[in-house]
Ligand binder design. Structure first.
Ligand code: NAD
Length: 550
């Protein structure tokens, strides 16, 4: 059984309150064909990141949400609703735990066995916690990353440079737009033409070709004219990258966003067509993983060779270095991950991928919210530039939404302002506020968000759990704990938060608490690890950290 799910819009609700309705609409939104990568299989993004375990569970979640009282809480275990308990009106309406395995068993092999038996689901980050908003969610993060890279290496702009990457999926699809927003040229290698076409349709990508010669020609011409251009190149990264190394073309930046974190479902080995890959995944998964891993080793070797030739090379959070390292590429970690290289200073201020969606489905509500943001944070130049570009270039997918990296203090300010706009009717229906799990205080992921922490606490998972606990206590609307998002089984623990601004006093109290505790955890986590920016932020904003050194 499979159904076509569309984002639900309008002011009429079918649940017993807007909070429950919000969870239902965001579940639907995750699976809208405009948003999800493979909605027929409930797959939202990131390899096999799903919104519900199977269609039967999906329907049970729908029905439970429709009947859920304002003082009840539904529990969801890896995409299946397993219980409803009476709690209270300021408690979360939904609590979710996705893909969490006892550490000794926390590997893909064991997960895949359980998945096959229907006992588990891979929740990725925002797929299983119902706050994925399509590629926009990742565009700003990717834009920030390339902007910081440009600041550090190219005087603030990518103009006159060529970047090379792979993967145009749910997350990776943001790369071409992020590079052109920074005025650069990018070649994006992708094995699946439908993915390339999807990015062309949403205007994230400018043009496509299946010829490497043509891609290089277009890239060099645009670079020489100082024009921004993104090119989708149909091909396999493990074959194309070594091929480019053999040519006389200057590549300035190299990264990758294939779904390398999942060698069975996320990476096509060299020499395979998509159909051959699919067949072998079913008939001989072990051999498939072996071949995919070998191709990834070759891919990473090529990235290392680009580094030797002078390119800026970084890992974009898919764990490809680890796979290559396990395959014997002993210097796979010679290029850094994007968080220590470009994002950590922002995390220290509690800054991260704050986002919100208009449950009405009316783009005007986001216009009003954008205007409010401009009014509240005019001094934040990067944010203002982002808003200008986002309003011009971002096509909404599913429910209209906005992502804006805000820090400690500003998130609560914005959340409360949105609640007020709903209360006064300037925004026509409640707003859902959330964030990625890739945030300042919600994740432990030693090959990504917590790579190379100053005090060596990369693998300490307590922070993610504390984040979920405090946000539950503070009254988020749905809170989740996940394992394995981004980088795969065994490599990460992380927590999600969503809270609904419905214009009520109840929401005002909860928004004020939760949008303070959540980024506050980011400040606290980085104070604890000894980062000066975090210590300054905590002092300046009055975050109470009992053992902070003065
Ligand atoms: P996705 O599965 O939707 O897309 C991956 C794409 O890679 C697919 O389109 C696939 O066809 C393509 N691909 C697979 N093998 C290839 C090959 N050999 N050559 C060329 N293309 C190939 O995944 P996604 O949502 O785009 O995420 C990509 C990766 O980035 C994941 O590992 C994800 O965990 C990670 N990620 C990064 C961030 C970030 O902030 N950078 C955040 C979340 C996730």
């Amino acid at each position: 059984m499979s159904r076509v799910i569309r984002a639900k819009k309008g002011l009429e609700i079918e649940c017993k309150g807007w909070e429950q309705e919000a969870a239902l609409r965001m579940l639907y939104n995750n699976l809208d064909p405009e948003v999800a990568e493979r909605p027929e299989d409930l797959v939202v993004y990131g390899g096999i990141g799903k919104a519900a375990r199977n269609w039967e569970s999906f329907e049970a979640i729908e029905n439970t949400l429709r009947n859920l009282e304002k003082d009840e809480t539904m529990l969801v275990q890896s995409g299946k609703p397993v219980a409803v308990f009476k709690t209270h009106e300021e408690a979360p309406r939904v609590l979710l735990s996705n893909s969490v395995l006892v550490p000794k068993w926390a590997n893909w092999e064991h997960f895949n066995e359980l998945d096959k038996k229907g006992l588990m689901m891979y929740g990725q980050m925002t797929a299983g916690s119902w706050i994925y908003i399509g590629s926009q969610g990742i565009v700003q993060g990717t834009y920030e990353t390339f902007a910081e890279l440009a600041n550090q290496n190219f005087g603030g702009s990518l103009k006159g440079t060529i970047s090379l990457t792979a993967g145009l999926g749910g997350m990776g699809g943001a790369q071409p737009l992020a590079v052109t927003m920074n005025e650069g040229v990018v070649i994006c290698v992708e094995v699946d033409e439908t993915r390339i076409d999807k990015r062309l349709e949403t205007r994230y990508l400018d043009t496509k070709t299946d010829s490497l010669d043509e891609a290089i020609k277009m890239a060099e011409e645009a670079r020489d004219k100082g024009e921004a251009l993104s090119i989708g190149l149909l091909g396999n990264a493990a074959e194309i990258l070594p091929e480019i190394l053999n040519r006389d073309v200057k590549i300035d930046v190299v990264t990758d966003q294939t779904s390398a974190h999942d060698p069975l479902n996320g990476y096509l080995p060299e020499g395979f067509t998509l159909a051959e890959g699919e067949a072998m995944r079913q008939s001989d998964p072990k051999e498939f993983v072996k071949l995919a891993s070998a191709s990834m080793a070759k891919h990473v070797q090529a990235m290392l060779d680009f580094k030797d030739k002078g390119a800026i090379v970084f890992d974009y959070g898919n764990n490809i270095r680890q796979v290559a390292f396990d395959e014997g590429v002993t210097n796979a970690f010679d290029f850094p991950g994007f968080v220590p290289a470009y994002i950590r200073p922002l995390f220290c201020e509690g800054k991260g991928p704050f986002r919100f969606a208009a449950l009405s489905g009316d783009p005007k509500d986001i216009e009003v919210a954008d205007a409010k943001m401009r009014e509240l944070f005019p001094e934040d130049e990067k944010l203002m530039r982002w808003l200008d570009m986002a309003q011009e270039k971002i096509a909404f997918q599913g429910l209209p939404s906005r992502i804006a990296w805000l820090g400690y203090g500003d998130r609560a300010k914005m959340g409360l302002a949105l609640n007020e706009l709903v209360r006064t009717g300037e925004i026509s229906a409640p707003i859902v506020i959330g964030r990625d799990h890739l945030d300042s205080g919600s994740v432990a992921s030693p090959n990504r968000e917590t790579e190379a922490m100053k005090d060596g606490s990369d693998a300490v998972g307590d922070w993610a759990i504390l984040n979920a606990l405090v946000n539950t206590a503070a009254g988020g609307s749905w809170i989740s704990v996940h394992h394995g998002g981004g980088v795969g089984m065994g490599y990460s623990l992380h927590a999600g938060l969503v809270v609904v601004a419905d214009g009520t006093d109840n929401a005002e109290r909860r928004l004020g608490r939760v949008l303070t505790s959540d980024p506050g955890m980011g400040v606290a986590r980085h104070v604890d690890a000894g980062y000066d920016i975090a210590i300054e932020t905590a002092k300046e904003k009055g975050v109470h950290i009992p053992m902070m050194k003065e």
